[in-house]
Design a protein around this ligand. Structure first.
Ligand code: SF4
Length: 701
């Protein structure tokens, strides 16, 4: 019925929030907003939308948008602003070398934006100092995939979740963070009541509502649990010996490490642990979904490999209804991975430390300079800003003064940087307020390009509304700066289709190097074919050949063609001191990142109107905290003031707070101020789930 109300010429586009990548039908309502419906033809959502996606139409009006460039808080012409950016970057490079500049970008950028930014930094400036807020979201998965498979390959599809007999969710509140995927699982479970669902999460969440078994694990002990599982797989004779002998290396060493693991640290009861082990071992069609509870950890990469080890030992990968499945947080986190948006990657999954790959990409771009070493990952990048190694910084489409750990340190680093540029929708974010130059960028509903979702499906985002004021597309801004820095031909793009064709052509060279990422079949798309592109899963080596299932033939992208099982050991969990609580941070259902879009929709602000602290009743009693009072949360790094929400959803000794609030919406609600910048040594991903904090009733001075 709702679809009948949509004009027949509604535009098919893609939701700008989570990595599910739902298709959206959008049509101007004549009053500056959009009518929105789920696209029934999009394979990710088949017409469904969650609360955030449904409210998109309320977020697009131009109130509060930055309409012209600003230099030192004064309106300026594009020519003056971009000349200043190009000159300051060139001068800094001339005086201090290419590693004295950096770009910090975002999983909200479209693939075409990302590609041009990456090309400018890595091929022309000659530094690898481009990193992304996706470092906070899935870098541990990228590193784990590369260690196991040789490439960052997500093997599964959403359909696998509906075909599975057992779904295990690890560190994932799918019901709130990937709601349409959760809806698909609920529908599948209703249709097939024998389907079993296990949720592994220290917190009781909306997702645990559908769990047959909730393992309220001690935070950070996932490696011990999955090592115990691997040992059980072996003891119960469930190892797929044929698969392992033909397609896997490292089995014996990994099993030895797993066998010596102590599952006692998980804190699970014998009955719960046994039930989980038996379910997993005896159910062939098992999908293990993992997300930020795994990735955002000082041991995130090892956690990922502990999960992959179990699937490799049983051969439960590359077939319908089974496999490990990482779900990405952002709409184009996957596109950013593919395009080389991480400081340690090149485009098309090529490796920056491989001289052949550098030569291949450099030759394709006719690049004057290619970096030989990885650049600085997000946390280290802002340390380098703070100590003056980075003197010119361009932040695109993200708000690190709120979202990075140790956020006050990051804020002060940006404020002290010699020259900072921010491209964004507004000049009011905590980060944009610190910039020397703010450039008005177009946003969702205005932009045109592609994104890749968590199941490797490339979809088009299409512009429906005109750009407000003088706002320009990110790819256009970056390319203009590239030309003003002297590289006319390399950045002479006229439209996103042209960028996409270049990127697709580069992917054919990557595929020839044995890489998984291949969209060469799309390299000849005309502009009108690109405009009309329907959701397409990669690899696409030919347009008439649909993507096959990854790893179906047991071949992986390592030098040997075999997957690697890796011995991993549970890190020692340092107990909090008696007065400290372990803080877990995460998303809530109706807000997104730092609220730059979702806060514009009144109905989304009704879910939770202010930042809060979930605390167990026993702890609240001990601290003298009453419901709805304010609590002061402190660590060595900063403070936050949050509304107390007393609930047994958290375990005693642990608390939870949402990541979204900025000083724009709650003056003391930036929770990342108290989170230390501890990172996984392999992936560089911050541990955002285990900060030790002190809590007290808030007494205003
Ligand atoms: Fe958008 Fe994710 Fe909701 Fe789909 S599930 S509508 S992609 S926020």
């Amino acid at each position: 019925k709702d679809l009948d109300l949509m004009p027949a010429n509604a535009t098919c586009t893609t939701c700008p929030y989570c990595g599910v990548g739902c298709g959206v039908l959008a049509s101007p309502d004549g009053a500056g907003r959009l009518k929105i419906k789920g696209d029934p033809a999009h394979p990710a959502n088949q017409g469904r939308l969650c609360s955030k996606g449904s409210a998109l139409g309320e977020t697009v009006d131009s109130d509060g948008r930055l309409l012209a460039p600003q230099i030192d808080n004064r309106s300026a012409s594009w020519d003056d602003a971009l000349d200043l950016v190009a000159t300051r970057f060139k001068d800094t490079i001339a005086k201090h070398g290419p590693d004295a500049v950096a770009f910090y970008v975002s999983g909200q950028l479209l693939t075409e934006d990302y590609y041009v930014a990456n090309k400018l930094m890595k091929g022309f400036i000659g530094s690898a100092n481009i990193d992304t807020n996706s470092r906070l979201c899935m870098a541990s998965t990228v590193a784990g995939h590369k260690r196991a498979f040789g490439t960052d390959t997500v093997p599964g599809t959403y359909e696998d979740l509906e075909l599975a007999d057992l779904i295990v969710l690890v560190g994932s509140n799918l019901a709130w963070c990937h709601p349409v995927l959760y809806q698909r699982i609920v529908a599948a479970k209703n249709a097939r009541p024998n389907m079993r669902i296990v949720v592994i999460d220290p917190r009781r969440t909306a997702t645990t509502d559908i769990a047959d078994l909730h393992l309220q694990i001690t935070p950070g002990t996932d490696v011990a649990l999955f090592n115990r599982l691997l040992s059980e797989i072996h003891q119960q004779g469930a190892v797929d010996a044929d698969f392992v002998s033909k397609h896997v290396t490292g089995f014996s060493d990994t099993l030895d490490a797993a066998t010596s693991a102590d599952a006692g640290v998980t804190g699970l009861s014998h009955a719960d642990l046994t039930q989980f082990l038996n379910l997993w071992v005896r159910t062939e069609k098992t999908v293990t979904i993992f997300s930020q509870g795994v990735n955002q950890s000082a041991q995130g990469t090892d956690k990922v490999n502990a999960i992959l080890n179990c699937h490799l030992a049983t051969g439960r990968i590359g077939h319908p209804g089974m496999g490990p499945f990482s779900v990405t947080g952002q709409p184009n986190a996957m596109g950013g991975r593919e395009v080389g948006g991480l400081a340690n990657m090149l485009a098309c999954h090529l490796d920056i430390e491989n001289p052949d790959h550098r030569a291949l990409v450099g030759g394709f771009w006719s690049a004057p300079a290619m970096p030989e070493q990885p650049g600085l990952k997000a946390v280290d990048m802002f340390r380098a800003v703070s100590d003056g190694r980075i003197k010119a910084l361009w932040i695109m489409c993200t708000n690190p003064a709120v979202s990075l750990p140790d956020a006050d340190f990051v804020r002060d680093a940006i404020a002290g940087c010699d020259f900072t540029v921010v491209s964004d929708l507004t000049n009011t974010t905590d980060t944009a307020r610190l910039a020397d130059v703010v450039l008005p960028a177009t946003g969702w509903g205005e932009k045109d390009g592609t994104v890749t979702n968590s199941e490797r499906v490339i979809s088009r985002q299409r512009g429906v509304l005109p750009a407000p004021g003088q706002a320009r597309h990110d790819w256009d801004i970056i390319a203009d700066v590239g030309r003003r820095m002297g590289w006319q031909n390399a950045f002479d793009y006229s439209c996103p289709a042209e960028i996409f064709r270049e990127y697709a052509a580069l992917s054919s060279l990557a595929a020839a190097q044995g890489k998984d990422f291949d969209i060469s079949g799309l390299a000849e798309l005309s502009n009108s074919e690109y405009d009309a592109l329907r959701p397409t899963r990669w690899p696409v080596s030919r347009r008439d050949r649909p993507a096959g299932r990854m790893f179906a033939d047991g071949r992986f992208f390592t030098a040997t063609g075999r997957a690697n099982m890796l011995p991993v050991e549970q890190a020692t969990m340092e107990p909090s001191t008696p007065r400290q609580y372990r803080l877990n941070t995460g998303r809530i259902r109706d807000q997104w990142h730092t609220m730059t879009r979702t806060a514009r929709a009144p109905r989304l602000n009704q879910h939770y109107g202010e930042p809060f602290l979930e605390i167990h009743p026993e702890d609240a009693l001990a601290l003298g905290l009453k419901p709805a009072e304010l609590a002061l949360v402190t660590s060595d790094h900063g403070t936050a003031v949050l509304r107390v929400l007393i609930t047994d959803r958290t375990r005693p000794g642990t608390v939870f707070a949402p990541i979204h609030w900025t000083s724009e919406y709650a003056s003391a609600g930036r929770i990342c101020t108290v989170v230390p910048a501890i990172t996984d040594p392999v992936s560089g991903q911050p541990d955002s789930k285990a900060a030790d904090v002190l809590i007290a009733p808030y007494a205003p001075a």
